[in-house]
Structures are given as structure tokens and as C-alpha cells.
Design a binder for this molecule. Structure first.
Ligand code: ZN
Length: 287
């Protein structure tokens, strides 16, 4: 795949002290290719480094927040590297190496690394979510501090169905609790915004036509607080998670994820197990 020169991100200031970053690839359901992810990272950096900004909203144009990773790119590491060289923040190495080393390099920097970086931004972030969030899409939503979901939002990780042990940013137990996280992974099932809120993953569920206004009101309320207190409060909560072992768990799961890819490459000649690729996502048995 040749690299493109599209702009996939909108950046605006809808209110005093509030920046809104919007994914703008609606014709592909905001699928994440390398360029979109680096452009998103640059937008987050810009908002983080602007001291007049207290709160960052992450939104998405179109009916669905994100369909996940752009499958057209997966496994095309050398082409991705062209974009990486233009946009890179350069946190890892070995992108041109053979075998599992290059795959790990790409996912360590572009998937795991960027999501972890966004989770640690020095000011509050709010995900504004509508429609479907599938697999890699979770790695855009979960790093945000708060999540506001429209009542039509749904969430799903299809990784296990495809022979991989979960998305690279393995925050499942911290989002859903251990038991619900296991079911979410084992079944690859869709959960609704209401179910996600019951599990503690989503802060607020609102009507679809109220989503943008509600999120902006929430952002403005938080933005009136002193920024230093906000960033210290965020650091304190994140430190509580990390002191309980989150960082180690994430590293361990990322290793398992790479083992899944290496196994599939040896057995199937591709990064995923193709046996369920054409199977439609399952909803709850009661539906
Ligand atoms: Zn992967």
C-alpha cells in the first residue's frame, strides 16, 4: 500500500479551555491506518502542550466511532514504515527486521505505545462515542479518562475469534472487571452502552442527539477547574492503577499478543487465524 497524504483529523476549540479532536474518516468508519494514528497523536500533543487547554474531547464523524484497525494495512509493515518516517514520534526500533521482531516493533510503537501515551496525557480527556467501536477502536476510547456514550454505542473485541488474545492495549480487566472482561474476550460479543455503563466502563449514556452537547457541557464544567489540580488528580488515579500492577499486566499481555501473531504466522501464514474471518459478530443469546 502506498502512503497517502490525507488529513484524517479535525481540530477545533468549541469552548474556552476545551479542544475537540475529531476522527474524520467516516467513509471507512474511521478505520485506523498508520497515518490516522500519527495524526491523532500529533493533535493530542498539540492540545497537551497548549497551556490554555484544560480538557480534550475525542470525537468521531459519521455513524460509527471506529471500526478498528484498517485491515488493508495489517501485515504490510514496510509500507507502514513510509508513513512512520514522516510522522513518527520514534519510540521503538527494528521496523525493518525479519519475522516477529518487525511486527512487535510496529505494534509496540503504533498500537500499544500510542494508546499508553494518550492515557498519560497531562490533562483530562473525554471520549465522545456513537455507533460501533470494534476491536482496535477500543484502543482510542479506553485511554481517555472519561467516556460518554450515545445510547446507540456498542463495544466489541473480535481478537479472540481471530486467534489473538485481545487488543494490544490490554485494558480489559480495568474497564470491565475481571469476570465481565473474560466473557467479553471469550465470546467476542457485542456489549451495549448501557451494559458498558453497568460494568463501570462508561461514565454517561445519553440520547444520540444529545451526545455532542452533553459532552461539551461536561468538558466545560471540568475545564473551569485549575489545570494543575486536574493533572495531579489524574496522575494520582493512574498511579493507583499502576501501583496495583497495571503496567506489568499490560506488558505481559502484549507479549502474549505477539505470541498469538507469531503462532498464527507459523500455522496459518498470516497474523490472524482465518477460520472465523467470515463469521458475523455474535450478539447476546437473548437478542
Ligand atoms: Zn496485533
Amino acid at each position: 500500500m502506498m502512503s497517502d497524504d490525507c488529513n484524517y483529523i479535525e481540530y477545533d476549540k468549541p469552548a474556552d479551555r476545551v479542544v475537540r479532536i475529531t476522527l474524520d474518516r467516516p467513509e471507512r468508519r474511521n478505520a485506523q491506518n498508520t497515518r490516522l494514528l500519527y495524526q491523532l497523536n500529533a493533535a493530542f500533543d498539540r492540545a497537551a502542550q497548549d497551556d490554555s487547554v484544560h480538557v480534550i474531547i475525542l470525537a468521531a464523524n459519521g455513524p460509527h466511532f471506529s471500526s478498528g484497525h484498517d485491515l488493508g494495512e495489517i501485515g504490510s509493515g514496510q509500507a507502514d514504515d513510509n508513513v512512520r518516517k514522516e510522522e513518527t514520534v520514534g519510540t521503538w526500533c527494528g521496523f525493518g527486521c525479519a519475522g516477529a521482531e518487525a511486527q512487535m516493533a510496529y505494534e509496540k510503537e503504533v498500537y500499544f505505545g500510542l494508546s499508553e501515551r494518550w492515557r498519560n496525557l497531562p490533562k483530562p480527556t473525554i471520549a465522545q462515542v456513537q455507533g460501533k467501536v470494534i476491536t482496535g477502536g477500543l484502543m482510542l476510547v479506553w485511554p481517555c479518562d472519561l467516556i460518554v456514550a450515545a445510547d446507540d454505542a456498542t463495544f466489541q473485541d473480535t481478537a479472540v475469534e481471530l486467534g489473538v488474545c485481545g487488543v494490544e492495549f490490554f485494558n480489559h480487566p480495568y474497564e470491565l472487571g475481571v469476570r465481565k472482561a473474560k466473557e467479553f474476550l471469550f465470546r467476542s460479543n457485542i456489549i451495549t452502552a448501557a451494559e458498558a455503563a453497568d460494568a463501570g466502563m462508561v461514565n454517561h449514556v445519553v440520547a444520540r442527539d444529545r451526545l455532542q452537547a452533553f459532552t461539551l457541557e461536561l468538558a466545560q464544567e471540568i475545564a473551569r477547574k485549575p489545570l494543575f489540580a486536574l493533572k495531579l488528580a489524574k496522575e494520582a488515579v493512574n498511579a493507583a492503577q499502576d501501583a496495583a500492577g497495571r503496567s506489568t499486566v499490560m506488558q505481559s499481555a502484549f507479549g502474549h499478543h505477539q505470541l498469538s501473531h507469531a503462532h498464527n504466522m507459523l500455522v496459518h501464514g498470516m497474523l490472524m487465524d482465518p477460520s472465523n474471518l467470515k463469521q458475523k459478530p455474535r450478539s447476546n443469546p437473548s437478542e
